[in-house]
Design a binder for this molecule. Structure first.
Ligand code: SF4
Length: 608
């Protein structure tokens, strides 16, 4: 669409702005272009919850087109949870609807002096009073806005009570249960007094070469149909990975301190499907259909969105809970209040761990007895966190702050202050450098080496080959860095990581949609450019090479279980990754030659 909206909530001004075409080509869209736009707007003095922190919703060049699984939207700002670069992307339908409404993105600056919501309908944006919506949950909010607009087809993204109370792990929820969960973008929205944004449009996405684009889409659809991973996702959703994860030792148990646990098999995706599944759901134009809707009779909820694998692990094996219905309800509470399930589940599991170790006592928790495996206490802690009540006020700050508060920062399973997702680096060594270097903090969406090394969707034409999962070598670190660059392209396009038709097919679709003339080599260069730009942005925000680490306790080998005693060694893995990214081995920053090669000369003042 080549346009974005800029809304300044402090002044009430609404402007339509054009993208610089050269920037759009170099940084593609999604979180790539978002990083480039925000690079000039934030620095170490930016308060993540202050009016000066810009909040950016971005789509990408394939969003809303006929390209399958390309219906995503990225939300970015300086993260209140980590203090560094924040990004989180969501599926569902809001990305396409934003483009149908006439824009590729939306930049929000300033702060409204009272609760508001914003509508963007066929090009026209209006700021509304949200006094009546404040305090509603994420499901009520979406319904209320559709009724106010009298527009049943409007797509709405919103915060729940957690975002209103500036809980640092607050998510932004859209389309019933789809979440931009990570890095606390819900708190940034709450800090600006924005309850919700509604999109509706009937515009068409222009394509440079429609015929070539449709040909590319047809080929990709054929690949998806034949892809065994996509068939598995269609059959069992992401929960289907539970059994495989347990076999590899990839699913963390007992806050990363146990190699196996028999009861974990009660979390199987097959059991979930047999006993609680009500229907399968899909994001915009996605034939993979990995989404799941479940129900719980025990907690009297007929329609729960999820749980996904990450939710099953963070409220399940991590916290030693094997009650599927209790986990379904925990995920539902997070959706209703607007919380990230990974960060919330992981923070509650940390509390269990600190209590078990005697570091925390009932004196600290307001009289609560907290132990692993207590599903009812987990539900209580979710509510206390969302509402910042009692002990929940401390949990609302996230794991890193909680551990620091009790004088044990090394006991929190975080990297750059973000809770580690539910993949264990002892099961796949390549995920160790991915976590250590991910710009938003430990992240499985910046390079999924557990997929690469199990032969699922590895683009070998980009020299990303499946390999030995227990390998501590520079070459493994280099492969991980290439995977980071490739997923940076995905996060810029912005397409779902489960759609892996091969790099050349995706490239053909991108060039046909945009009229660009990218080669595969240039596309990878763009991925590296984006990844390195976020690295420099984090340096500008105060991150150093010392942050390229994983907590020691999650690197210790287990005598039993699927990881077979393996311990990742970050030294060679990181050395290889630095080389592949073109970063200096001493200070971890891009070398002058890399800055030139990636076209990032504008960052030089910040590097000195
Ligand atoms: S594979 Fe799943 S998450 Fe990805 S676009 Fe399709 S339904 Fe959404």
């Amino acid at each position: 669409m080549n346009k974005y909206l800029h809304i300044n909530l402090s002044t009430g001004s609404i402007e339509k702005k054009d993208f610089d075409p050269a920037l759009a080509r170099d940084f593609i869209g999604g979180s790539g272009l978002a990083a480039r736009l925000l690079y000039d707007l934030i620095d170490q003095n930016t308060d993540p919850l202050g009016p000066e922190n810009p909040l950016l919703f971005m789509t990408g060049p394939l969003v809303g087109t006929a390209m399958p699984a390309a219906g995503r939207c990225t939300i970015s700002a300086r993260s209140p949870l980590t203090g560094f670069w924040g990004e989180s992307n969501t599926g569902g339908f809001i990305g396409p609807e934003l483009r149908f409404a006439g824009y590729d993105g939306m930049l929000i600056t300033g702060r409204s002096d009272k609760p508001c919501w914003i509508s963007v309908i066929n090009g026209e944006a209006i700021i509304h009073d949200a006094a009546q919506l404040w305090g509603q949950d994420t499901y009520q909010t979406q319904e209320s806005i559709r009724q106010i607009l009298d527009e049943p087809k409007a797509r709405i993204t919103c915060i729940g009570e957690a975002g209103e109370r500036l809980v640092k792990m607050a998510a932004v929820i859209n389309d019933h249960g789809r979440a931009a969960g990570r890095t606390g973008m819900g708190a940034v929205m709450g800090s600006k007094n924005i309850k919700a944004i509604a999109f509706r449009g009937t515009g068409k996405i222009p394509l440079s070469d429609p015929e070539a684009f449709i040909k590319s889409v047809s080929e990709i659809l054929e690949t998806i149909k034949d892809d065994i991973s996509n068939q598995a996702l269609r059959l069992a959703g992401t929960a289907g990975y539970v059994d495989m994860a347990l076999m590899f030792g990839d699913m963390p148990i007992h806050y990363y301190q146990q190699g196996e646990w028999d009861e974990a098999s009660n979390l199987s995706g097959v059991l979930l499907a047999e006993n609680y599944l009500t229907r399968n759901t899909a994001c915009y134009n996605c034939p993979i259909v990995c989404g799941r809707e479940t129900k719980t009779t025990k907690y009297r909820v007929d329609s729960v969105h999820g749980p996904e694998y990450e939710t099953l692990a963070s409220f399940g094996s991590l916290a030693m809970i094997d009650d599927l219905e209790g986990i379904i309800y925990a995920g539902h509470l997070c959706n209703v209040y607007g919380l990230d399930t990974i960060s919330t589940g992981s923070t509650i599991a940390l509390v269990c761990d600190l209590f078990e170790k005697g570091i925390l006592t009932k004196k600290d928790t307001g009289g609560l007895e907290i132990r692993f495996g207590d599903v009812e206490m987990t539900h209580k802690l979710i509510k206390l966190t969302a509402l910042r009540e009692g002990f929940g006020d401390l949990l609302a700050e996230g794991s890193a702050a909680l551990a620091a508060h009790f004088g044990v920062p090394d006991l929190s399973a975080t990297v750059r202050n973000l809770e580690i997702p539910m993949h264990d680096s002892r099961a796949f060594s390549g995920i160790a450098p991915i976590y250590a270097l991910s710009p938003r903090g430990a992240c499985h969406l910046q390079g999924d080496m557990y997929f690469v090394d199990t032969g699922q969707g590895a683009p070998v034409e980009l020299d990303i080959h499946p390999g030995e999962r227990f390998e501590n070598s520079e070459e493994k670190g280099r492969t991980a860095a290439r995977a980071q660059a490739w997923r940076s392209v995905y996060n810029a396009l912005i397409v779902c990581h489960f759609m892996n038709p091969g790099a050349s097919q995706l490239l053909a679709g991108l060039n046909a949609a945009t009229g660009w003339d990218y080669s595969l080599e240039e596309l990878m260069l763009a991925g590296k450019r984006i990844f390195t730009l976020k690295r420099i942005l984090n340096a500008k925000l105060g991150s150093t090479k010392a942050d390229d680490r994983l907590p020691d306790f999650i690197l210790k080998g287990f005598p039993t279980g699927g990881t077979l005693g393996f311990e990742p060694d970050l030294k060679p893995l990181l050395a290889g990754a630095y080389k592949e990214h073109g970063w200096d081995a001493i200070n971890g920053l891009p070398t002058p030659a890399t800055i030139e090669k990636y076209g990032l000369a504008f960052t030089k003042p910040d590097l000195t």
